[in-house]
Ligand binder design. Sequence first.
Ligand SMILES: *[C@@H]1O[C@H](CO)[C@@H](O)[C@H](O)[C@H]1NC(C)=O
Ligand SMILES: *[C@@H]1O[C@H](CO)[C@@H](O)[C@H](O)[C@H]1NC(C)=O
Length: 269
Amino acid sequence: MAISALWCLFFSLLTWGCPSGCAEESPAPHDVTGDAKKPVLLRDIAATTAFISAAEVAVIGFFQELERPEVSNFHIVVGKIQEIPFGLSTNPEVLSHYNITSNTISIFRMVDHKRQDLELTDGKKIDATKMSRFIQINELRMVTEYNPVTAIGLFNSTVQTHLLLFTDKTSQEHTERVRRYREAAELFRGKILFVLVDSNVKGNERVMSFFNLKKSQLPALAIFHTPDEEQDVLPLGEVTVEHVQDFCNGFFERKQRKEDPSPEEKTEL
Ligand SMILES: *[C@@H]1O[C@H](CO)[C@@H](O)[C@H](O)[C@H]1NC(C)=O
Ligand SMILES: *[C@@H]1O[C@H](CO)[C@@H](O)[C@H](O)[C@H]1NC(C)=O
């Protein structure tokens, strides 16, 4: 396998540009109307930690001063992205607790306990589109749907083993499959990022062929360890917690044996 083949694949996907529905839609109107979605005002540290721990992904705008263009841009983004809770804090105690030294948008993720910051320093001219893209890249969940934008965030995570479930989202079994897959994800939190790849999306055919998978073999699992590109593939009759668990544990055990052979295996060599 060519060096960093999967990486190259993802980067080539990236150079295709933005998939429909990601950050390149026309800019939102700048007149934020009265009934637009608003961020939750976080008045103290306790409210802020509670807000963060209540969601798989939460975004907070930490602002030292509110009369700034980036704050209006933040409000535009809050109005546009429905599926993520947004908070806002200007309390100096809260800002200092989170080590904020300039206006910053932070995304907090449950899946790898990671926080990513977008600092809104003067020179950078971060408009609403750039803010949305930052959020979409870093929006990793317990089960993250693969697309060229989330791929960037997935490969930037400190969790370097990724499990991909290739499945047809229009299948009647889809909901139940994802429910079980998610249940398995809880068991490997912090060790494996769980990814969903919809086999109906045209661009995803390339990810499928990277793992030599055909549509007729789906649903299927593929596991990938980014540093050494070790991988394994398993077509599944049925997605169950046990199948997923056995597949992942088997992968880790084989890897472990390679890295650290037991004394008997050493003497056999
Ligand atoms: C703030 O920085 C200190 C020192 O680097 C670190 O120990 C602490 O965990 C940070 N606080 C948060 C909430 O990340
Ligand atoms: C990747 O992660 C690093 C370190 O956490 C961060 O500084 C960088 O902004 C991230 N890159 C993207 C594209 O989000």
